[in-house]
Each structure stands twice: as structure tokens, then as C-alpha cells.
Design a protein around this ligand. Structure first.
Ligand SMILES: C[S@@+](CC[C@H](N)C(=O)[O-])C[C@H]1O[C@@H](n2cnc3c(N)ncnc32)[C@H](O)[C@@H]1O
Length: 400
């Protein structure tokens, strides 16, 4: 283990804070909502770490376990079934000590790749949430992601911290190209020193991580000098997410920056087969992003909102995108599917309220029909709700 690796848990760094905040702000509404399915929740932290950093700050296992406790305490569902699993290859001893006060937490010692199938065996019909936060890219085997999609869970969600520049750097090594953006990794402590070289075995390994060979022409373009490392990373991630969407209907690709205006350090990828999960994630990212932007600006007001990509997003742009997207829904479509589809296409650029505001404007202008069931309240008024569940359904259809 290199010195760098040992440093990881000494002090919690900014980017670990960002990752954990995003996980935390999503998990609470996720668990609260998914408990209503009355099916068990299987939460797996696939690269768990120590549970707690040496400076006393909580790592992802403690963050998740605390949220599970809170949700169990406040839910009205009787006997909520939530099972938590933590896989760790190296720091399992510290992990055991740090999460000993949660007796129901299961620890699997060893590699995620070797343990995950056993954990998910016989979990058909359950709601499965996998959190994957490896140091590098090697653990992220595509064939496993493929197999999870076939396992007949009630719902499945994956939240992946994808070290996409790590992939590009390895791919450059395999193709004998100098990776010029090496400074990206300066404050991104990585665990695994690479063993990849220009052998066929290394190419196969990258094919297995990417889930195909589409990354190779991108690296060739870099080699020819047509694109730089940033562009290559962006293109690779676009293709990676497209590939994911063959198995999982809703894929969100979220670049993570530590400071405003920076290039992304890595990507958070959220994939799921159910629209509500996608909407919940995107909406939470937006809220979290607004909060983080305030921290970055030292509380100074910005004239316009910015999205997670540092692009300026004002209401006019949201309206333009909303028109572009919803005017394509000439068939009746479930509202949640349409909202999730919007986020998949444009990314988590605005809160759900803003999407709904645009839809209501279209409704008022007779451009869209919003079909609500029930369509009248008990007192005979026309209903205006925009959320489904508890006996309510909402569908939309573009009219002109
Ligand atoms: C980035 S750290 C996880 C940090 C954790 N999410 C947190 O917030 O505290 C990655 C962890 O994965 C572990 N690890 C490395 N390779 C692994 C593998 N193949 N399977 C499971 N764990 C692995 C490392 O020992 C390390 O503790």
C-alpha cells in the first residue's frame, strides 16, 4: 500500500465531503419513499472504507447507517425491512470497530467483485441500492452492472463515483500517449497504482470497464491531436452513459467540481429503472448544487443560476428545453416518465418545481393536456396536483 493510500482516511478532504453530501441528501428521501413499496431495501456500500475518517468525520457507512436509523424512527410503515451491507478489501478491521454500534450492519471482507453476487442472491423483488465509491476504475466491471439489471429486483439503483479521468489516463497509457492533464490528480488521492500497459490484456481490461470498445476511437482522436483530455473525458462519459442506458432506462451523468469554474474532477453516475428514483436524484442534486454554490460564492448573489456544469441557466433556457422536450410527447405519457426523461436528456439543470411550472404554463396555453385522476376534488373543484401516488395518477399529452 503506498503512502498516498494510507493518507486517504487521515483527514476528510473537500471532495470526499462533496461526494458524501450528495449521497446523504439523496438517501433520506430515497429510503422514505421506497419504504412505501413495502418491499425490503437492500443497501450495499460496495467500497466501504473505514466507516469513519481519523479526524472523526463520518465516512459513507456511518452516514448511511445514521440515515437508515432516522428513517426507521420516523416511518409510519410497520416493521420496515432495511438491510445494510458493507464490502471492504483493506480497512475492514477499522470498519468493524467504527460501525460496531449498528449490530444489523453486515460486513463482507474482500473484493466487491467477489462478494456482490452472493449478497444479491435471492433478493428478487427487493429494492436494491448500490453505492460504488472506488479509488480508481478497476473495480467497476461492466459485466456486473449488466447482470444486476437482469436480477428481477423490484427496483435497482446504482450511484457510481466514476473516476473518468482515471480511465482516460489508463487508456492513454495503453495507447502510448502522454496524458497532459496529469495535474487533475494532484488532490485526488488514488489508491491503486496502475498495472496497465500496451498489452492486449490491458485493452481487454479497459473494454470490460467501459462495456465495449467505443473508447478506443476517442483515444485515437486524442493521439492525432484533434481533441484534448477534457474533451476525451466528456466524450467517453457520454458514450459510457449511452451504454448504461441499454440496461437501465434512466441514467444521470453529473460532473463533480470542487470549486466553481473548475473542470470536473470526476463524475457521479446515477442509474435506475424507475422514473421516481431519477427525479428524486436530479431534484436533490439541484438543491444540493444551489447550496454548494452559495458556499463557493461566499454567499454573494449571482445574477443567474448556474447548473452543475457551470452553465448559466435562466428561466428562458429552461422554458426552451421544456418546450423542445415536451412538444415531442404526442402520445399519452406518465408524468414521472416524462420528467425523468427530461433530466436524462438535459441533466439535473433545474428543480422539479421549475419543470412543473413550465408544464402548467403549457397547460394554461392549451399546448399540453395534463390528465389527472381523480380529475375533481371531493368538493367538485378541478384538480391541479402534479405528483402521483396515493391513488393519484398524472399523464401528459402534447396538443399542438
Ligand atoms: C474511496 S474509498 C471509500 C470511501 C468511503 N466511501 C467513505 O466515504 O468513507 C475506497 C475503499 O475501497 C476499498 N477497496 C479497494 N478495492 C476494493 C475492492 N476491489 N473491493 C472492495 N473494496 C475495495 C479501499 O480499501 C477503500 O477503503
Amino acid at each position: 500500500m503506498s503512502k498516498k493510500n494510507n493518507d486517504f482516511f487521515v483527514q476528510k478532504k473537500d471532495w470526499s465531503e462533496v461526494k458524501d453530501k450528495l449521497l446523504a441528501c439523496y438517501l433520506k428521501p430515497y429510503i422514505t419513499k421506497i419504504l412505501c413499496t413495502n418491499k425490503p431495501i437492500i443497501y450495499v456500500d460496495c467500497f466501504a472504507g473505514q466507516g469513519m475518517f481519523d479526524d472523526g468525520k463520518a465516512g459513507s457507512p456511518i452516514i448511511a447507517l445514521d440515515i437508515i436509523e432516522q428513517c426507521k424512527n420516523i416511518t409510519t410503515i410497520s416493521n420496515p425491512n432495511i438491510y445494510a451491507y458493507f464490502i471492504e478489501l483493506n480497512h475492514f478491521q477499522r470498519l468493524k470497530e467504527n460501525i460496531a454500534r449498528y449490530p444489523y450492519a453486515n460486513i463482507s471482507i474482500g473484493k466487491y467483485e467477489n462478494n456482490i453476487r452472493d449478497i444479491l442472491l435471492n433478493k428478487q423483488g427487493c429494492n436494491v441500492f448500490l453505492y460504488l465509491d472506488p479509488y480508481g476504475i478497476k473495480g467497476l466491471k461492466w459485466s456486473l452492472f449488466d447482470s444486476f439489471a437482469q436480477m428481477n429486483f423490484n427496483t435497482i439503483e446504482l450511484l457510481i463515483n466514476m473516476n473518468s479521468f482515471g480511465f482516460i489516463r489508463e487508456a492513454c497509457r495503453v495507447f502510448d500517449i502522454k496524458f497532459k492533464e496529469e495535474f487533475i490528480f494532484e488532490d485526488l488521492i488514488e489508491y491503486e497504482t496502475t498495472t496497465l500497459d500496451n498489452s492486449t490484456k490491458s485493452i481487454d481490461e479497459l473494454n470490460e470497464i467501459a462495456g465495449g470498445i467505443y473508447w478506443q476511437p476517442i483515444i485515437q482522436e486524442m493521439k492525432s491531436g484533434f481533441i484534448n483530455g477534457y474533451k476525451a473525458e466528456e466524450r467517453f462519459m457520454e458514450e459510457y452513459c449511452k451504454n448504461m442506458s441499454r440496461q437501465y432506462k434512466y441514467v444521470l451523468n453529473m460532473p463533480i467540481r470542487i470549486k466553481q469554474g473548475q473542470h470536473p474532477k470526476y463524475r457521479l453516475v446515477h442509474v435506475t429503472n424507475h422514473p421516481e428514483g431519477c427525479i428524486l436524484m436530479a431534484n436533490n442534486i439541484c438543491k444540493r448544487w444551489e447550496a454548494m454554490r452559495e458556499i463557493q460564492n461566499g454567499g454573494q448573489m449571482l445574477l443567474f443560476d448556474e447548473d452543475y456544469e457551470n452553465n448559466t441557466i435562466d428561466d428562458q433556457i429552461i422554458n426552451k428545453f421544456a418546450y423542445e422536450y415536451f412538444s415531442g410527447t404526442s402520445n399519452v405519457k406518465k408524468l414521472s416518465e416524462a420528467q425523468a426523461g427530461f433530466y436524462v436528456k438535459y441533466g439535473p439543470i433545474c428543480s422539479l418545481n421549475k419543470i412543473n411550472d413550465a408544464l402548467k404554463r403549457f397547460e394554461k396555453n392549451h399546448q399540453i393536456e395534463i390528465l389527472r385522476n381523480p380529475s375533481y376534488t371531493k368538493t367538485g373543484k378541478v384538480t391541479t396536483f402534479m405528483t402521483e401516488g396515493k391513488g393519484r395518477t398524472v399523464s401528459i399529452r402534447w396538443l399542438k
